[in-house]
Design a protein around this ligand. Structure first.
Ligand code: CDP
Length: 226
């Protein structure tokens, strides 16, 4: 069974997907982490973002990015080194949508993301999981939340206990700029799949949003077994 969770930046996809996977005993695939690992590796190799449009499969292979299956998900490696701790750095976040807009990058990753799903029950999150990567996913969820709430949560996640209005506004602008790039790009833009269940998490606690998806997944599994 595949559960696809898509949505805009900071809607809580990855943390929710991880918790849902844990509850159901599924593997978690954070597709954004792969785009982030490629971005980190390209920056480390001194490749300027304005040259990324010219990336081809051979140059992508040379970055040696791979997702190694771990107990419950995938560990992102670059040249054999675990880079998980670098994926949410500001420089990576600021440039990842540029990497994700390159057709050759999306092609290169598509095969790898699909290969990761073979033979396992999966909760995958990203922008195009229900539309492009796994269009036949048994359950599709589109997570949304108010932009101010998304910005506040993101700052809290980054260790700020009580973010002030100025910081929330700056974070909101960064999230919305990334949403624009992700929604307006030509290939695999951020879109709600027509058959996705939309969940607005603005007024929900984390536990509530996880519960809702777990319940949807159980209902779906029961429906499929009939
Ligand atoms: O966690 P957050 O919402 O900040 O983003 P993420 O899931 O880590 O994804 C980072 C970036 O990767 C997004 O802004 C997209 O540009 C890109 N991405 C994508 O294009 N397609 C996906 N399936 C997942 C991520």
């Amino acid at each position: 069974m595949i559960i696809a969770i898509d949505g805009p930046a900071g809607a809580g996809k990855s943390s929710t997907a991880r918790a849902v996977a844990k509850r159901l005993g599924f593997r978690h695939l954070d597709s954004g982490a792969f785009y982030r690992a490629l971005t980190y590796a390209a920056l480390r190799h001194g490749m300027q973002p304005d040259t990324w449009d010219g990336l081809d499969p051979a140059r992508l292979d040379a970055l040696r990015v791979e997702g190694q299956p771990s107990a419950d998900g995938f560990r992102l490696l670059c040249a054999g080194m675990d880079v998980s701790g670098h994926l949410r750095e500001a420089e990576v976040t600021a440039n990842v949508s540029r990497m994700a807009g390159v057709a050759a990058v999306r092609d290169w990753l598509l095969d790898r993301l699909r290969a990761a799903s073979r033979g396992v029950d999966l909760v995958a999150d990203g922008r195009d999981i229900g539309t492009v990567v796994f269009p036949d996913a048994e359950l599709k969820v589109f997570l949304v939340a108010d932009p101010v709430e998304r910005a506040r949560r993101r700052l809290v996640e980054h260790g700020r206990t009580q973010p002030d209005a100025v910081d929330v506004r700056a974070e909101r602008e960064r999230l919305e700029a990334r949403d624009r790039l992700d929604s307006e790009r030509a290939i695999a833009p951020l879109r709600r799949a027509p058959d996705a269940v939309e969940i607005d998490t603005t007024g929900l606690t984390f536990e509530e949003q996880v519960d809702r998806i777990v319940r949807l997944a159980r209902d779906r599994a029961e429906e499929l077994s009939r």
